[in-house]
Every structure is written in structure tokens, then in C-alpha cells.
Design a protein around this ligand. Structure first.
Ligand code: 13P
Length: 248
């Protein structure tokens, strides 16, 4: 059985004070939740503070990005060593917003994944197609290419895959459970080509307008093992309801 995995990607939201208020409210709401990995990914500036607040709780800390060098003249970049120092055990890599606004290529993403794994950080690796690609029936080709390039020479240990159709991110247009299941099943099949039975153990998350209203039906899909939540993770009660999804 794959352990469900629910992660909050706050993106460029929340000051230190807002991070503190969120966690003060959120921690008690989920303290009794067992057998689910609960992850929050605040902006860099809130990592250390969040790390202190979640100590001795069932919540783990993720960064939203990483750079692949350990240290040096890379203005503005944050290394794997620094993320671990700040209390992170996870890092999101390859988010479509990084690909779009920061021009990250599959090659850079692959380097980041390797660097994170070398330092023992777990990776939430994001892939997904644009609306144009879906409409021109290229979804599966895009997923295949992003998996092949992003995970080149990478073992699956410590890697969680997030399927985030770009057209569903922040739009309120969630993928239907059927669309999600089709993509997730395909992703698992692609992983199986390279990694054999190990692919059956990999958690594949859905991301894109996941909410308390649609999480239950998404989590009912056989190959949906969790969610990577943006907007609906910014409020403690809404994210807590997502963490407490119900499968039929
Ligand atoms: P939304 O939940 O706001 O659509 O964002 C999804 C996402 O990009 C999570 O990484």
C-alpha cells in the first residue's frame, strides 16, 4: 500500500507572521492524523521558523526550489546543504511556474533532482501538460518526455511524482477524476518501463485546483496517491480538510 501524501505549496505567499498564524491553527487540526505524509512548502524566508514550529509534530518541511551546486558565486541561489540546515527533508523540483517564469529546462531539473538526492533530500518532481498540448493530444508525449529527461540516471528512492496539468493550476478548472487517473496510470506505466516493479511503490500526486470539495473523488482514483495543493493550502481549515480526505 502506498502511504497517502498531501503537500501544501504556498508559492510566493505568507510572511513570517502569516506562517506562524497558519501553523498555530493547523497543527492542532491534524495532530491526530496518522498514516498520511503531511508536507508544507513555505517560501525560503519562512523555512527556519516553520521548522521550529513543526518540531515534534506529524508535519514535514519542503522547499519550493533548490540549486544544484553546494556553494559558491550563484547570487540568489539556495543549495541543498542550506535547505537541510533550515530543516527541510523535501524539495519541490520542476514546478511548471519554475519552468515558465524562470526558464528551467528538463536538463536543469535533472541536475537539481540529482543534487537533492545526493544530499538525502526527498524530491517532489512536477510534470504536466499545457492546455494547448492537451488540446493537440500531446499530453502523454509530454509526460513521457518530462519523466525521461527529468529522471535520467536517477533512482526512484526518495522521489514522489506530482502530475500538475498546467491548465488546472490556479484556474479552478480541476482535472476530472478520469483525466487524472488516465495520466497517473500512464505515468506509472512509464516509470515501470525504467524501474520495473519499483514503480508500483511510487507515490503520484495530483495538483491543479485541488480543494476540499473535489479531493475525495480525486483520492478515489486507483493511481492518485495524494495531492500537491496551492491556493486551497493557504487556509488552515481548508488544507486540514484536504489532509483528512475520505476514500469510499
Ligand atoms: P492550485 O492548487 O492553486 O491550482 O496550485 C496547484 C499547484 O501548482 C501546486 O503546486
Amino acid at each position: 500500500m502506498r502511504k497517502p501524501f498531501i503537500a501544501a505549496n504556498w508559492k510566493m505567499n505568507k510572511t513570517l507572521g502569516e506562517t506562524r498564524s497558519f501553523l498555530t491553527e493547523f497543527i492542532p487540526l491534524v495532530q491526530d492524523v496518522k498514516d498520511i505524509d503531511i508536507i508544507i512548502a513555505p517560501p525560503f524566508t519562512s523555512l527556519q521558523s516553520a521548522s521550529e514550529l513543526i518540531r515534534n509534530t506529524n508535519i514535514k518541511l519542503s522547499a519550493q526550489d533548490i540549486f544544484y551546486e553546494d556553494k559558491g558565486a550563484y547570487t540568489g541561489a539556495i543549495s541543498p546543504v542550506m535547505l537541510k540546515d533550515a530543516g527541510c527533508t523535501y524539495v519541490i523540483i520542476g514546478h511548471s511556474e519554475r519552468r515558465q517564469y524562470f526558464k528551467e529546462t528538463d536538463e536543469v531539473i535533472n541536475k537539481k533532482i540529482k543534487a537533492a538526492r545526493q544530499h538525502g533530500l526527498n524530491v517532489i518532481f512536477c510534470i504536466g501538460e499545457s492546455l494547448e498540448e492537451r488540446e493537440s493530444k500531446k499530453t502523454l508525449d509530454i509526460l513521457k518526455m518530462e519523466i525521461t529527461e527529468g529522471l535520467r540516471d536517477v533512482h526512484l528512492d526518495g522521489v514522489v511524482v506530482a502530475y500538475e496539468p498546467i491548465w488546472a493550476i490556479g484556474t479552478g478548472k480541476t482535472a476530472t477524476p478520469e483525466q487524472a487517473q488516465e495520466a497517473h496510470k500512464y505515468i506509472r506505466e512509464q516509470l515501470a518501463l525504467n524501474y520495473g516493479d519499483r514503480a508500483k511503490e511510487v507515490r503520484i500526486l495530483y495538483g491543479g485546483s485541488a480543494t476540499p470539495e473535489n479531493i475525495d473523488s480525486l483520492m478515489n482514483c486507483e493511481d492518485v496517491d495524494g495531492a500537491l495543493v496551492g491556493g486551497a493550502s493557504l487556509k488552515a481549515d481548508s488544507f486540514a480538510r484536504i489532509v483528512k480526505f475520505k476514500r469510499q
